[in-house]
Design a protein around this ligand. Sequence first.
Ligand SMILES: *Cc1c(COP(=O)(O)O)cnc(C)c1O
Length: 404
Amino acid sequence: MFNVENIRKDFPILSRTVNGKPLVYFDNAATSQTPQQVIDVIVDYYSNYNANIHRGVHTLSQEATDKYEQARKKIQTHFNAKLAHEIIFTSGTTHGINLIANGFSSFLKKGDEIIVSALEHHSNIVPWQMLCERTGAILKVIPMNLDGELIMTEFDKLLSDKTKLVFVNHVSNALGTVNPIEYIIEKAHGVGAAVLVDGAQSSPHIKPDLQALNVDFYVVSAHKMCGPTGVGMLYGKEAWLKKLPPYQGGGEMIAEVTFEKTTYAELPHKFEAGTPNICGGIAFGAAIDYMNAIGFDTIAKYEHELLEYATNKLLEIDGLKIYGTSKHKTAVISFNLEGIHPYDVGTILDKLGIAVRTGHHCAQPIMDFYKIPGTVRASFSFYNTKSEIDVLVEGVKKAKTMLS
Ligand SMILES: *Cc1c(COP(=O)(O)O)cnc(C)c1O
């Protein structure tokens, strides 16, 4: 049985106060909080077996290597990748996307097309613009509707034999829309294009089955799913990873080096140059264990309850508008109070101990679409409660009184 009060005890940070008030943490889409079980793994690593991996013959190095590779296997199992070496450790989603964008430089020619969606995070737009500049490829954008959903009939029209790559996030960080990636992947494959899905915002709420999705690449950040910052996963189909050139040169990624020629190491090491975030990788594995112990179905069901509760309560406030009204949403609410700047609302909420994000959420094109400077975004996690939502609703009412 899911008991949120017991779950909350796992997160030391949730018992602190902010500005004299109990912390209400509703900025989970920016980063999630870390349970004691994951903190313990980090402390254990540095206390007991901190060593460089894959190199030393000594015991500590072997222990660290084993734990790191076990974490890779955990990630493989969780996302249901076929092979452990299809899991590349990265520093996070941004790194994974750049690795692919860089690799595709050698596959694209002038006039080829890359399709991205109107719902993208900046980290999923800029690398493609840079790739287009390098190669002469053209960037096309799947437009969105007022509910914050991608328009699939427009996507169909963009596809052609010129399409080489399609990049879309699984869930929009600004609005919470869950995108129809199954459809996108199937259609893109129909014209021979590869698909990269940004799973940074889906992975905290949904357990994707990468083999069933048949996606070519999928990227996530550990810090959005109860893990530490500075580590993430790039999944790539083996055939693609073999074809792609390495991203960075350095130790760990080579088989043999002479001044004439270097041969690259086997997967996954080809893409893991230098000493990785060893502790982070191991803690990422622990975070996945933690979330699976609760269960992703349980998490999704509870978060959906929070979303419905908060949506109904917030909409009772006169002049409050929610952006992103798709039926397919994770527990994210982006909203504004009529005539009031989101930043001012966020500042008052902070005084009340409530952490929300304000601004464009690294997704400025979405804000331009709605012709707003930004929104207040409250994003919920399985450790949040309805009474915290009540605190938010009271806070928003107070902000409205003070600012209008
Ligand atoms: C957070 C986020 C990113 C960037 O993740 P980093 O951990 O900062 O690299 C990319 N895409 C989406 C949808 C995100 O939510």
